[in-house]
Design a protein around this ligand. Sequence first.
Ligand code: ADP
Length: 200
Amino acid sequence: MNNPVLELAAIEKSYSKGSSNKIEVLKGVNLKLFPGETVALVAPSGAGKSTLLQISGLLDKPLGGKIFINGTEIQNKNDNHLTMIRRREIGFVYQFHHLLPELTALENIGLPALLAGTNQAEAIKNASLLLEQVNLSGKENNAPNELSGGERQRVAIARAMSNNPSCLIMDEPTGNLDTKNVENFMTLLMDMISIKNVTL
Ligand code: ADP
């Protein structure tokens, strides 16, 4: 059987405010996600979902436990190495699109590939293809403020796919969309991850 794309083993995380005020958020979380698997994390507000997603995406460090990405333990990697793994293996989409306002849709989509060392011609070619896959042909040169909310989130999916990640992590990606746009977003997302066998 394949290695899990993402494995969390006994992950712990707490936050302290002063010496007496400590909240334990994650108390020994175990999770294995296999290639192509889609998993939804559902829990009340404040339960620790975002904390778990940030740790899973190597954006925050746990206080205890181990993380494996495609079978490699990432615990002892330095920050540069972690950034490299994150860029190659993980795509993020948040509730707020976090697109760079001064870049066009196409440039936003191509940026992660450029940062990962892909040459410009290839990054732009792949970005064009992704833009087409999220049904935004014709909007290449629009800045984020020239796109609707639904279109911005579709650019955010395309950007998250820029480096062909093995895992997509999304934190309430449809939280700001109306019902119609949620449907569009989900249909597009599900098509995309099944074509590319991405773990969500
Ligand atoms: P969820 O995403 O499920 O709503 P979070 O992971 O955002 O939950 O937060 C879990 C708990 O940790 C909450 O009680 C929150 O207030 C607390 N928390 C989150 N981030 C921090 C932080 N940086 N400092 C202190 N407390 C935090």
